[in-house]
Structure formats: C-alpha cells, structure tokens
Design a protein around this ligand. Structure first.
Ligand SMILES: Nc1ncnc2c1ncn2[C@@H]1O[C@H](COP(=O)(O)OP(=O)(O)OP(=O)(O)O)[C@@H](O)[C@H]1O
Ligand SMILES: Nc1nc2c(ncn2[C@@H]2O[C@H](COP(=O)(O)O)[C@@H](O)[C@H]2O)c(=O)[nH]1
Length: 206
C-alpha cells in the first residue's frame, strides 16, 4: 500500500529505550503522530487507557482479530499487542507521518503491507545496561524482567532485517540519530514522489 504520509516503525528489546526516544522525538517533530496500540496486558504505574495503550480483555482482542481490525498483531512476553487499522490508514492517506512502536514480529508484518515503511531497530549498549534499565524503571516484577531479558536474545537477532539500527547508549546521541533517520527518509520519499509525478505528467499517465 502506497500512501502520501510516511510510516516509521521502531522496535527494540524491552528496556532499550524506544518509548523514551519516540516520546522525545514527538516533542521535536510536529509532523509526526504516534499510533496507540491495543494490548491484553494490565496497565502499569501511571499508564492511562487510550494514552499509552488501549487496554482490552483477551476476548475483546480476539474479537478484533476475528473482525480483521488489526494491521498487525503479535504475542510478546506472553501478552497480545496489535496496531488497529482505524485512524492510521486515514492519517497516512491525508499525508501525515505516523510512527509505530511495536515488536519485531509486528514490524515485519507492517513491511509486507507497507513496503515503504522505514524499520528502525534500537539496541542497548550491553546486556548489563539493558537489565539495569529494566530494574531502574521499577515497573516490572523480577520474573517479568527475567522473561524480557531472555526474550531479548531472540529479539536483537532480528535487527539485521531492519533498515536502520541505532545504539541507545547516550540518550541525546541516539535521539539525534533517530531524528536524522526520520528527516532523511522523509526527504528521500518526498523527492521520489515529486520525480514520479513529474514523469507521470510527462508521459500523460493519470
Ligand atoms: N540512553 C539511556 N540511558 C540511560 N537510561 C535510559 C536511556 N534511554 C532510556 N533509558 C531509561 O531506560 C528505561 C527503559 O526505557 P523505555 O521505557 O523507554 O524502554 P522501552 O524500550 O520502551 O521498553 P518497553 O518495550 O518495555 O516499553 C527507562 O527508565 C528510561 O528512562
Ligand atoms: N507487534 C506489536 N508489538 C507491540 C505493539 N505495541 C507494543 N508492542 C511491543 O510489545 C513489547 C512490550 O511492550 P510493553 O509496553 O509491555 O513493555 C514491546 O516490544 C513493544 O514494542 C503492537 O501494537 N504490536
């Protein structure tokens, strides 16, 4: 599916810092909107329904799957997460840029539907630092952190399928890298669209 708006997908192992980076990027970039996913996991800390996630029951999630309401969905750390079609398609068709913060399985599903989607993988500088960040965040029980650390081994192996890999060691450096990727890809696709419409006009293709 080709759309006038650009689609960016950010994935990372839990705790690598993708939510923090995307949140900071959204404050700097008024052309970018984030998609709020659906999940069957319980809210943690200060999370609010409709802001961080739409928190739904497993039954409600399954009903959405059955009705084909997700662009992508996946089971991650024993819970289900999905990107609803509602809103995103309309925003992309209206020329807005949208960023998805999802896991690698969802990212690869999105690339099948939107081949122009820009896939960005965030890596932590080390395993030790990843675990420290999960612990310092203070939101998850030790067994949840252990599960997320174990799953991170499989997740980082998927980085090679992504268009860009950013190491989140120093936050400001990683944010600069993310901003640069978004801006450069935006310029690239704008130039491609302009060139295409000029050739279409020259060849009288409607
Ligand atoms: N560069 C960094 N240096 C040190 N701490 C960081 C850095 N980036 C993020 N953090 C911190 O690490 C913790 C995890 O970050 P964050 O919640 O953004 O991760 P995440 O990848 O979105 O995780 P999840 O997938 O579980 O939502 C947070 O406490 C955040 O403040
Ligand atoms: N495939 C999808 N993965 C998603 C989506 N929304 C979030 N996620 C990923 O789940 C894990 C865990 O998130 P957490 O908030 O419980 O820490 C993380 O990798 C997210 O990126 C989605 O819509 N689809």
């Amino acid at each position: 599916m080709e759309t006038p708006g650009n689609l960016f997908v950010v994935a990372a192992p839990s705790g690598a810092g993708k939510s923090s980076l995307v949140k900071a990027l959204l404050e700097l970039d008024s052309h970018l909107g984030v998609s709020v996913s659906h999940t069957t996991r319980a809210p943690r800390g200060q999370e609010q329904d409709g802001r961080e996630y739409h928190f739904v029951t497993p039954e409600a999630f399954q009903a959405m799957v059955d009705r084909g309401e997700f662009f992508e969905w996946a089971e991650v750390h024993g819970r289900r997460y999905g990107t609803s079609r509602v809103g995103i398609e309309a925003r992309l068709m209206a020329g807005e840029d949208v960023i998805l913060e999802i896991d690698w399985q969802g990212a690869l599903q999105i690339k099948q539907i939107f081949p122009h989607a820009v896939l960005i993988f965030i890596l932590p500088p080390s395993w030790q630092e990843l675990e420290q960040r999960l612990k310092r965040r203070g939101e998850d029980q030790p067994e949840v952190i252990a599960l997320r650390m174990a799953n991170a081994r499989t997740e980082v192996a998927q980085a090679r399928h992504f268009d860009f890999v950013i190491i989140n060691s120093l936050f400001e450096t990683a944010l600069f890298d993310l901003k640069t990727v978004v801006h450069s890809q935006r310029l690239k696709y704008a130039a491609q669209r302009r060139a295409k419409s000029q050739v279409f006009a020259a060849l009288d293709i409607s």
